[in-house]
Design a protein around this ligand. Structure first.
Ligand code: PSV
Ligand code: MN
Length: 406
């Protein structure tokens, strides 16, 4: 028996969804406007603190990273921007990088300062007890604001490695006030239209306390800074069992959800492919985004923060984007009227089943159709493999130093 094609499967799904009262045109329209930003550092070599396994064809500079990101965008249709990390992506001529990106149909996304790889930062950066170190850290943040202005970026995406390793090492409150002063200076100097995205993480590299350990601390800091400071939720930065979708819902309600760093977390901040270990959680996060509505989510930055250590990098990035497309598609299928009615009636399991009905829908033919409409690939990972891009760049990128976070 011949297998049904993806187009046949789309036809059957479209009929089923329309029968269930789904406005298919609206769902497809929303999926076409979905955006995901990929990280420049996800294209370079990476590893654990034990070993970096280099891969062939890895970009040697930010220009080649943008070329790889453009391939992911070509295949998926929804990734036209790349987050940069400074100084990893420092270039002499920002105009040249901006033009190169534009020629590829791409743009420069969030500017990520690096306040964790300098000898001076052993005791912290903006929380450091020495004012000279805080000055150095703040100057770097100000320089990142200038890069944002020159590249047309609209976000500075800040993560701090600041914390202490031993009780008594420093004062929580003194460190907090130092951070607030440095970030207030950064905030005041941000270019017009730029936002400060404040990322939290509950541990690592410090292990006794972390200065921005959770969403409550990040939100408190953002409220002290001003409206253009918003919280960034990295899915990997929570303890086991934390209800991330609840955090997302409450930050949206407070008007302070700045963006995401998508990845999956099984143990530490491990940067697994988003949706690979807990696709249901990813769906629930998107369900909260859909529930909050377009106005509440208009400025949310959807960014991947992953570095793939043992799997082929471009395939992993492409698969991640596909997982995000499928999570969003399922969330768009939640029957919101039925959910409201079940909640109103106090029908616990009926409400739950509204979610699981949407989650269990096989949305792959729908996403394939939307990608076709966007001029992208039906099956992006298969198309990447068939197209030979990875083999070509492996042949071409000979000599030079492959990008690496070490
Ligand atoms: C820290 O673990 C983090 O999530 C921050 O976003 C960094 O900028 C990024 O990873 C890359 O190391
Ligand atoms: Mn992150």
């Amino acid at each position: 028996m011949p297998q049904p094609t993806m187009t046949d499967r789309y036809g059957a799904l479209a009929e089923d969804l329309t029968g269930r009262g789904v406005d298919l045109a609206a769902v497809e329209g929303a999926l076409r406007t979905q955006r995901v930003e990929t990280p420049s550092w996800g294209y370079g070599n990476s590893g654990t603190r034990f070993k970096v396994f280099p891969q062939p064809g890895v970009p040697r500079d930010p220009f080649e990273k943008f070329a790889d990101a453009a391939e992911v965008h070509r295949l998926t249709g929804i990734c036209p921007s790349v987050a940069i990390h400074i100084p990893w992506d420092q270039v002499d001529d920002w105009g040249a990088l901006r033009d190169h990106a534009a020629a590829l149909g791409m743009a420069i996304g969030a500017v990520n300062p690096n306040l964790f790889q300098d000898e001076a930062y052993k005791l912290g950066s903006v929380c450091h007890p020495d004012p000279a170190v805080r000055r150095r850290a703040t100057d770097h943040l100000l320089a990142c604001g200038e890069i944002a202005a020159r590249t047309g970026s609209t976000a500075i995406s800040l993560w701090l490695a600041d914390g202490t390793n031993y009780p008594g090492q420093d004062s929580f409150v003194a460190r907090w006030r130092r951070m607030e002063a440095c970030l207030a200076e950064t905030y005041a100097a941000m270019p017009d239209g730029c936002r400060l995205l404040v990322e939290y993480k509950f541990y690592e590299p410090a292990f006794y306390h972390t200065d921005l350990a959770d969403w409550g601390m990040a939100l408190t800091m953002c409220q002290a800074l001003g409206e253009r400071a918003q919280v960034l939720v990295d899915l990997g930065h929570h303890a086991q069992g934390v209800n991330v979708e609840q955090i997302v819902a409450l930050l949206l309600d407070a008007g302070r959800l700045g963006g995401f760093h998508f990845n999956a977390r099984k143990y530490g901040d491990d940067d697994l492919i988003v949706g690979s270990t807990n696709p249901f959680e990813l769906f629930l996060i998107y369900a909260e985004l859909v529930a909050a509505g377009e106005a509440a989510t208009a400025d949310v930055a959807y960014m991947i923060d992953q570095t793939h250590n043992i799997e082929p990098k471009l395939e992993a990035m492409t698969q991640s984007v596909v997982n995000l497309q499928e999570a969003y598609a399922r969330a768009l299928l939640v029957d919101r009227d039925a959910l409201a009615a079940a909640r109103e009636a106090g029908d616990v399991l009926a409400a739950h089943r509204v979610l699981t009905d949407a989650y269990q829908t096989d949305v792959r033919p729908l996403c394939a159709k939307v990608r076709r409409d966007l001029g992208a690939a039906d099956d992006p990972v298969a198309a990447l493999r068939a197209g030979g891009y990875a083999e070509r760049v492996a042949r071409e990128r000979v000599g030079g130093t492959p990008a690496s976070w070490t």
